[in-house]
Write a protein that binds this ligand. Structure first.
Ligand code: PLP
Length: 498
């Protein structure tokens, strides 16, 4: 494809993508193809000769489109959103045009410098404590990873090395210190609440450390409490284990619970002689965007006591996947744990230590130019535009909750609307029937194809999750979903009576 052919094909693609966006509301939300649908539609091996680009574009419509689930659909109320926007899409095109591996500053100085600036902007917009800014007193700063899971794994490596270094700091370098380090490694425990995302357990698995769960209860909205953490820490200490890392969640996946940050600070500060042993990472993968709203800013204050914070602008902040923003209070811990300098990566700028090499803040070497889309989104919407988007999702969640509460004969609110997530269960039947009935209703809504919801089971209770954060969602869609819920629940009641 030469430049002129590129101009033509790319312009055609833009038109087709714009048409696709316009068509989304009329499409079935979830693809209904059967597993293995694609193989019979494609040749068994790749073409030996070039194919006309128009044929390839046509196959995107005929062969790929049927297997797409439309995450931008107003009927998509499943999981958490994975939001996009036209400004982010255009920035992605530029980022692709500047294609490179961008691991060191010199690989494209703008890629590194924009990331540092934009993450400082974003930290301010969220009201994160000063210590997470690149110019802050503790030499913190932000970096963009691909996912929240990657962020957890990366900071857990830094937490482990920080812990081991502190515990053996009194020993001179040598065999005895190495033996003690390896002995301690076998005792390490990473912690998360029972509501923490599975990525914490997975990171512990990858790192080869133990994982322990802090129990949560319905009484406290499934949020981790300081007292429960203190008890778990005591139990681990009694077994001679070494807790070194904790995920504290702001907006849990099941029900958007927010752990008791002040309680966690207190529980950790009471540990005799070792208050800073445990690295606390705040996982705000989805709900971090809610900190854009002034009423949520107080939630960010206690984060000053913690070590790292992460949220995914690609979830709720109109920034195309992938974009996971991670901040650390002290970048030295990351760099000490992850910096390796083979001769082929050295250059005068890195050696001068006047520049940031983001390869030392992450596990992979190469990196995409992700900050461009974040910069473009922040400018194209402004903080006020992003606040309006997040606020709308929050409000729609509250409206849905109010509707559910009006039909206490049919439903119960399992957890109230928080950060645009409501969870509900079928009501009006005996406890032993609620799980089965709720699941039946959930399956019926999804089978209809207009909406896509997901479910969860917390403490053995099956609940339907409805997330109202998708940008295209309006009140009419919420009303339509509610009508379908009512219709489905009434049918079940009639079926029972009949
Ligand atoms: N943390 C929370 C609270 C989540 O809800 C999710 C996913 O929804 C994750 C972490 C994992 O996110 P990622 O897909 O970016 O790894």
């Amino acid at each position: 494809m030469d430049t002129n052919e590129f101009r033509e094909a790319a312009k055609a693609a833009i038109d087709q993508i714009a048409d696709y966006h316009e068509s989304i509301p009329s499409r079935r939300v979830v693809s209904d193809v059967q597993p293995g649908y694609l193989r019979p539609l494609l040749p068994a091996s790749p073409p030996l000769d070039p194919e006309p680009f128009a044929d390839i574009q046509a196959d995107i419509h005929s062969k790929i489109m049927p297997g797409i689930t439309h995450w931008a659909s107003p009927g998509f109320m499943a999981f958490f959103p994975c939001s996009s926007s036209y400004p982010a899409a255009i920035a992605e095109m530029w980022s692709g045009a500047f294609n490179g591996a961008h691991f060191n500053w010199i690989c494209s100085p703008a890629v590194t410098e924009l990331e540092t600036v934009v993450l400082d902007w974003l930290a301010q917009a969220l009201g994160l404590p000063e210590c997470f800014l690149s110019g802050g007193e503790t030499h913190g700063g932000g970096v963009i990873h691909g996912s929240a899971s990657e962020a957890v794994l990366t900071v857990m490596v830094a937490a482990r090395d920080k812990f081991l270094a502190a515990k053996t700091a009194h020993m001179p370098d040598g065999e005895a210190k190495e033996d003690e380090t390896w002995r301690l490694r076998s005792r390490l425990v990473a912690l998360g609440s029972a509501g923490a995302h599975s990525s914490t357990k997975k990171a512990a698995q990858v790192l080869g450390v133990r994982f322990a769960t802090v129990p949560v209860s319905e009484e406290h909205g499934f949020a981790m409490q300081g007292a429960a953490l203190a008890k778990t820490l005591d139990e681990l200490a009694a077994k001679g284990l070494e807790p070194f890392y904790l995920t504290a969640t702001l907006g849990s996946t099941d029900v958007c619970a927010v752990d008791d940050f002040p309680g966690i600070v207190e529980a950790l500060s009471r540990r005799a002689g070792t208050p800073d042993d445990v690295w606390v990472h705040v996982d705000a993968a989805y709900a971090g965007s809610a900190l854009l709203l002034d009423e949520n800013k107080p939630l960010a204050k206690p984060v000053a006591h913690f070590h790292s914070f992460n949220f995914n602008p690609h979830k709720w902040m109109l920034t195309t996947f992938d974009c996971s923003a991670v901040w650390v209070r002290s970048r030295a811990h990351l760099i000490t744990a992850l910096s390796i300098k083979p001769p082929y990566l050295r250059n005068q700028f890195s050696d001068s230590e006047l520049v940031t090499d983001y390869r030392d803040w992450q596990i992979p070497l190469g990196r995409r130019f992700r900050s461009l889309k974040l910069w473009v989104v922040l400018r194209a919407y402004g903080v006020r535009g992003l606040q309006a988007h997040v606020h709308e999702g929050v409000e729609l969640g509250e409206k849905l909750e109010a509707k559910i509460r009006e039909r206490e004969d049919l439903f119960t609110v399992f957890t109230p609307a928080r950060f645009a997530l409501v969870t509900l269960r079928v009501g009006g039947v005996g406890e032993e029937q609620i799980n089965a009935r709720t699941e039946e209703l959930y399956e019926a809504i999804n089978a209809g194809g207009q909406f896509y919801l997901t479910s969860t089971v917390v403490d053995g209770k099956f609940a339907i999750r409805v997330c109202t954060g998708v940008a295209a969602l309006r009140e009419e869609h919420v009303q339509k979903l509610f009508d379908l819920l009512v219709e489905g629940a009434q049918k079940m009641v009639k079926g029972q009576a009949g």
